[in-house]
Design a protein around this ligand. Structure first.
Ligand SMILES: CC(C)(COP(=O)(O)OP(=O)(O)OC[C@H]1O[C@@H](n2cnc3c(N)ncnc32)[C@H](O)[C@@H]1OP(=O)(O)O)[C@@H](O)C(=O)NCCC(=O)NCCS
Length: 160
């Protein structure tokens, strides 16, 4: 009984937290977000319609982050927009360089992908699990690896 009560309290708190983040971002209709979501500067985030965000996704929006309609962000994705000049010593948590990240429409960003500052991912592109996206990726391609590179075109949807 107590563990059931604990679970209900925990999931109520998770829902409260998600609605707190939603209220501070620009979020389209039909957006599904799972628990564990974290965002820095939510006012800089724009999420399109029917986007799905898996568990434990982190958006560090020191610069704007834009996610297009129908895109799926899988579990554990990390999107960062801030950098330090690598020449600097005595680094603190101060952000030296901030660059926006844009993810197109109908993309699928695989589990555990890291997206680095300033990157644009084209519409319809798939990024394989565990990849690090350090440069722009073209539309409608399957990309993977560290750094992520296009390996083949994304197949067209099958007729049903
Ligand atoms: C990127 C992906 C979609 C490619 O799928 P696919 O087109 O069917 O490609 P294949 O499985 O035929 O793999 C092609 C090659 O890339 C390699 N590969 C596949 N995914 C890879 C990845 N994420 N990282 C590195 N290499 C990968 C395969 O080993 C294979 O190499 P090989 O030709 O030397 O054997 C898929 O592998 C992937 O990463 N999916 C994401 C899964 C995920 O995050 N799920 C969360 C659920 S929301």
């Amino acid at each position: 009984m107590f563990s059931n009560l604990g679970h209900r309290i925990f999931s109520w708190l998770e829902k409260r937290e998600l609605s707190y983040w939603r209220s501070r971002m620009r979020v389209g209709k039909g957006v599904d977000m799972k628990p564990g979501f974290r965002v820095t500067k939510p006012e800089q985030v724009t999420i399109g319609d029917y986007v799905s965000i898996g568990p434990d996704v982190i958006l560090q929006a020191h610069a704007p982050i834009t996610i297009g309609d129908y895109t799926l962000i899988s579990a554990g994705v990390l999107i960062v927009t801030a950098n330090h000049g690598p020449d600097r010593r005595e680094l603190e948590m101060r952000r030296d360089v901030q660059s926006p990240v844009r993810i197109g429409k109908s993309c699928w960003i695989g589990a555990g992908v890291v997206v680095l500052p300033g990157v644009t991912i084209g519409d319809g592109t798939v990024v394989g699990a565990g990849s690090v996206v350090s440069r722009d990726l073209p539309p409608e391609t399957i990309c993977l690896g560290v750094p992520a590179r296009p390996i083949k075109p994304r197949p067209k949807p099958r007729d049903v």
